[in-house]
Write a protein that binds this ligand. Structure first.
Ligand code: AMP
Length: 280
């Protein structure tokens, strides 16, 4: 298989979680503290450690085949040739407009490090505001009198609160994404497919739990109707006459309500286990 290169964040908010996610996909690399590259054991993937903002550019220029960064960084690059492959479910945050007091944004100045993304949002919503571009410490702009509002990344909202800012509008929802450039060739395709099999198996596993329970045989039909599992559940007889063990996979989004209904239907001794990989 043709080796691929993946650019990811060096020394930043997403770097530890990115390496952990790759490890959970069976892509294990052990970079030293100052390494700029690292090879994955047993898979033809080399990691390149870059500053977050350089990742889309390096991938677009063909310096790396794949990139992993926040959707915010990818959107700010605004390059249609960069193809998202998967949203990875970590590094969740939102790009929001905030100001010291609620205000009509028409005619205001908004400070941001995301001028293109904010510019697109202003065009789409028809708000006529001036964009003031800063490369950091955006929260301080209203106090300095150089902007009326800011547009910055928020997750808990505590940084905004510390600076006396209230969130007014959400411009973009972001999480870590894996993406590629459009430079497809046959050899690269095979490695990419093998990589995506691993990534999708891990993402599917994170959305599900393996559940094993005991139930009276008379309750099997009711329990089956409650279980939106992969196919039908596995039902095996217990040593005790009239009792069965039922094993299935349940989505985390409906997990607790399904557990409640299973108990009401007669299930007991319910064991819940995480799934490492789910290959469909
Ligand atoms: P860093 O450059 O190390 O601060 O990492 C910034 C990246 O982390 C952003 O591009 C986002 O994708 C992600 N992120 C997640 N939550 C937040 C947050 N509350 N503030 C800033 N960045 C965040």
């Amino acid at each position: 298989m043709t080796p691929l290169t993946l650019a990811l964040q060096k020394d930043g908010r997403l770097s530890d979680q990115s390496l952990l996610f790759l490890r959970e996909c069976g892509l294990d690399a052990s970079p030293g503290p100052r390494s700029l590259t690292a090879a994955c054991a047993g898979f033809p993937l080399e990691l390149l450690f870059l500053r977050a903002k350089d990742i889309p550019e390096v991938v677009a220029d063909g310096g790396a085949d794949l990139g992993l960064c926040g959707q915010d960084v990818l959107s700010e690059r605004g390059d249609d040739a960069l193809r998202p492959l998967a949203s990875l479910g970590f590094g969740r945050c939102r790009l929001s407009i905030a100001a010291p007091t609620p205000l009509n944004l028409d005619g205001t100045r908004i400070a941001t490090s995301f001028p293109r993304t904010l510019g697109r949002w202003l065009d789409e919503t028809g708000v006529r505001a001036e964009v003031v571009t800063l490369s950091g410490s955006v929260e301080i702009a209203p106090r300095l009198g150089i902007a009326d509002a800011i547009c910055d990344l928020v997750s808990t909202g505590s940084t905004l609160a510390q600076h006396g800012l209230k969130e007014l509008e959400t411009v973009l929802r972001s999480e870590a994404v894996l993406f590629a450039n459009g430079l497809a060739d046959e050899g690269r395709r095979a490695t990419l497919d093998a990589l995506l099999l691993r990534v999708n198996a891990r993402l599917a596993a994170q959305r599900t739990r393996y559940v094993v329970m005991n139930a009276p045989a008379s309750a099997v039909e009711t329990i089956r109707a409650l279980l939106p599992g992969l196919k039908t559940p596995t039902v095996s007889e217990l040593a005790e006459p009239g009792w069965v063990s039922i094993a299935t996979v349940v989505g985390v989004d409906v997990f607790w309500e399904t557990m409640q209904r299973l108990k009401e239907a007669g299930a007991s001794d319910v064991l819940v286990m995480p799934i490492e990989q789910l290959i469909q």
